[in-house]
Ligand binder design. Sequence first.
Ligand code: NAI
Ligand code: MG
Length: 498
Amino acid sequence: MPYENSALLPAVRSFLSAPKKLLIDGDWVDAKDGRTFATVNPSTEEELVQVAYASSVDVDRAVVAARAAFESGSAWSKMTPRDRSHLLWRIGDLIEAHADEFAQLEALDNGKRVEAARDGDIAVSAELFRYFAGWATKMEGTSIPMSVPGREFHAYTRREPVGVVAGIVPWNFPLLMACFKIVPAITAGNTVILKPAEQTPLTALRLGELLLEAGVPAGVVNVLPGFGDTGAALVDHHGVDKVAFTGSTEVGKKIATAASVNLKKVSLELGGKAPNIIFNDADIDAAIAGAVLGGYFNEGQCCVNGSRLYVQRGVFDRVVEGVAAAARAIKVGDGFDPSSQMGPLVSQEQHEKVLGYIRGAVEQGAVLNAGSADAVGDRGFFVAPTLITSVNEQMAVQTDEIFGPVVTAIPFDTEDEVVAAANNTVYGLAAGVWSNNIGTAHRVGARLRAGTVWLNTWHADDVTLPRGGFKQSGWGRELGSFGLDDYTELKTVIAELR
Ligand code: NAI
Ligand code: MG
């Protein structure tokens, strides 16, 4: 029985009814060994569709295709920067034209609300193509003077693509994370093999169809759904020049080790456990709203969420009460129900993991000011937004990236004390400060060891801004003008003028 839901758009229904294959060299093909896997709707636990499961043999085929598309003389290598720019812009338009369809697919596969997907994931994905369309014609080098007595030189730099890029992405923003890898890579002239997460392959496959429709030459972007072994085969492959990964710190470390076989380039966007610091002199209503957004956005499945609240003692009770009341008021439900304010977690694995952390904290004496260690409802992977107090820095709920709607709150007295506590983590992705004292806000912001610091706001973002992690939160920066550096090699050319 094909999956059915009366709200489905005809385009979504027809997409789901066709076999879901691998995209290799511009063709949709089955996995060589014929294997498939099921992708599931986390709101209902129903199977949506079977998807081809790429093995190392398929990885080989995709690398051959991506290499051929990259080599000089290919249609891709001969495309002018202006034509590449126009192509990127066209893809952004196509994504926008199909936004409702993408949003439904994302809601089905990931669980998030249709509206959240459309206004967030899908809109930003389209914007990424347009932002980078501008850069395609601006991959400039510099001319550099040399001082060699009696001789004359002209020296200059060129920014050239790295080659074949493997993009390996997670399930929390499926289309958007795919675009984070594909867009800067092809802007700079690379070719790509994308490995979507096993939980959420659908929008990457739909994007593959639109890329072909837009006129991206065969082999420039290949899409290989599969599990960790598919990703590992890409990382091990000698024909891959660079791996761009977003996901867990644990897998990021495995990738860094495995990539050493041929010293392929690696960029990593890994886990986080962001501290969100509220001082007595903050605008408390704004800080509470920011703590709620920062804590529960995307069902808490976001690497830059503010999962560790530190609240100065004078406002601790007020902030805890405010965040707990807001958390309790959030309506958890199916991503297709317009009255839902929060969907389910992505998978049974994630559901069990998150509830396990809440249960563990309660067993260690922590207090639940909102939420529960029990599942919400008897079907679907729902968790109530949870706020935990009476925690200490050693508890797992405080040290580990939970990746669910779980926030802890701890009181503090002094600036030095809170900076030390906030930085006492292996992660360094994001952090935030709420204070109406401009000195406090900027000084503490500078002392926090994190790639992104928000002052009196949370989740404010733009495709123009670089992002990435200090410490074990990653290597490299994505997006903005800096986001192209990791997708280019710098060549120095020295000519003697005889
Ligand atoms: P994961 O890191 O295992 O998976 C992310 C991607 O890597 C998926 O496409 C997966 O198939 C692939 N992968 C897995 N093992 C691989 C390997 N050895 N070589 C190459 N690719 C491999 O994340 P998972 O298992 O989905 O989630 C586990 C935890 O990781 C979450 O609970 C969360 O704490 C964290 N996470 C963090 C994310 C972030 O953006 N910081 C995103 C997703 C998960
Ligand atoms: Mg995993």
